[in-house]
Write a protein that binds this ligand. Structure first.
Ligand SMILES: *Cc1c(COP(=O)(O)O)cnc(C)c1O
Length: 407
């Protein structure tokens, strides 16, 4: 039965797959043009050690990133522990005591709780006297009226926008919504700094937030732009003065971008970026297939298989705890690494609820590789993302569905 359904799905998905391939072609061209413009060479693979002065590969990677994002500058470093760390560096780098941070996409991703200071952590922005305000989305889009009213009141230093849904049930935000709201905010107060958490959204469309007015974009290299090749790291791209502040926070005042040994990372970062458009496309095809199949089997999916996607994440309402565990087990069983391991729910640092995760990945926690995670609570939703190739994604999705159907 599942084989027939997969055949039907792939026929129905032809136009969607074609569009995904077109976007991947466009973004591949963008990457290649940037490599050529900056004459990326084999000698750039050799990284530095120690202080990391004169790391030509590191510097060329940052030029290439800035070019791809049409941004003034970039900070692309293996010293970033994670995407969360890069967001932390950006926020602490820019905000000063007394400043106000406003999130206009509701509560940010769970791992930012301690950074903003929801739990009175003594190292938080709040502990340093940074004020925080939040505006929830309205009908899965920006609450424009409320946001513009607040902006008119003044005294906001930085507005944070999170595009991907994270562990919420909302839709992810596409570039046209971003463009509209950023334009209106800047019309009222052009000094407000717009920071976009771009995790999971890179290369999903042809345009990045820095091209529609965002001052900073931040993301992880064990997601989209690492292409499954980068084994750690994150990036910040944007305005030159802001990148300087971020680099002085990551490294030290005075030395800014000029230090930080890349060790062995340069080749991985370049090769990962080179692969990224195609890997993002494989991930998109995998979740498009999953959503088609699961919807046909009566499970609600967000986005639906027909909808335009803003990120690589599929939210699946699996109806029961048993289904969550079965699906995650099916994904794990079809992984390349640790396929023999049974996923069990547990608490995770930085996350609120018990979570079950499947990630048999080459890089620990990499979610550009086929993976899924689900908080074990109602409404029993699972977040599915990644796959380095469509074929491996398809194998995983079929196996996960078979587990649910006890097939
Ligand atoms: C993954 C993610 C983060 C955090 O990135 P890590 O690398 O896991 O720390 C932040 N925001 C969003 C929307 C994410 O998806």
């Amino acid at each position: 039965m599942i084989d027939d359904l997969v055949k039907e799905a792939e026929e129905k998905l032809q136009d969607i797959f074609k569009e995904i391939t077109d976007i991947s072609y466009f973004n591949s061209k963008k990457v290649l043009d940037a490599f050529h413009k900056y004459k990326v060479s084999e000698s750039h693979f050799a990284g530095t050690t120690g202080y990391g002065y004169g790391d030509l590969g590191r510097d060329v990677i940052e030029q290439v990133y800035a070019e791809i994002f049409k941004a003034e500058d970039a900070l692309v470093r293996n010293q970033f522990i994670s995407g969360t760390h890069a967001l932390t560096v950006a926020l602490f780098g820019i905000l000063r005591p007394g400043d106000t941070l406003l999130s206009i996409t509701g509560k940010p991703y769970d791992t930012l709780d301690a950074i903003i200071g929801f739990n009175d952590n003594t190292s938080s922005l709040k502990a340093f006297g940074v004020k925080y305000e939040q505006m929830d989305l309205k009908n899965d889009d920006f609450d424009e009226e409320a946001i513009l009213k607040r902006v008119k009141k003044g005294n906001i230093k930085l507005i944070a926008i999170q595009r991907s849904k994270g562990y919420s049930l909302r839709k992810s935000l596409d570039i046209t919504s971003l463009e509209r709201i950023i334009k209106k905010i800047k019309e009222i107060d052009e000094k407000i700094i717009i920071m976009v958490d771009n995790c999971y959204c890179e290369f999903v469309s042809k345009v990045e937030p820095s091209q529609v007015g965002a001052d900073l974009c931040v993301g992880s290299l064990i997601k989209n732009l690492g292409g499954g090749i980068a084994t750690n790291g994150a990036y910040i791209v944007g305005r030159k003065d802001l990148i300087k502040l971020c680099s002085e926070r990551l490294n030290m005042p005075g030395e800014a971008k000029d230090v930080g040994a890349s060790l062995g990372a340069n080749k991985m970062f370049l090769q990962g970026l080179y692969m990224a458009p195609s890997v993002v496309a494989s991930s998109l095809k995998t979740v498009a297939l999953a959503s088609y199949l699961l919807e046909r089997l009566g499970f609600k999916c967000e986005p639906t298989w027909r909808e335009k996607r803003a990120d690589i994440v599929e939210l699946i309402y699996l109806k029961s705890k048993e289904n969550l565990i079965a699906f995650a087990t099916g994904i794990q069983e079809a992984s390349a690494i640790d396929a023999h391991v049974l996923p069990v729910a547990s608490s995770m640092p930085g996350y609120d609820d018990e979570i079950i995760m499947a990630s048999g990945s080459f890089t620990q926690g990499s979610s550009i590789e086929l993976s899924c995670d689900a908080p074990l609570k109602e409404p029993y939703v699972l977040y599915l993302q990644g796959s380095l190739t469509y074929e491996y994604g398809k194998i995983g999705v079929i196996n996960a569905i078979k587990k649910i159907l006890k097939d």
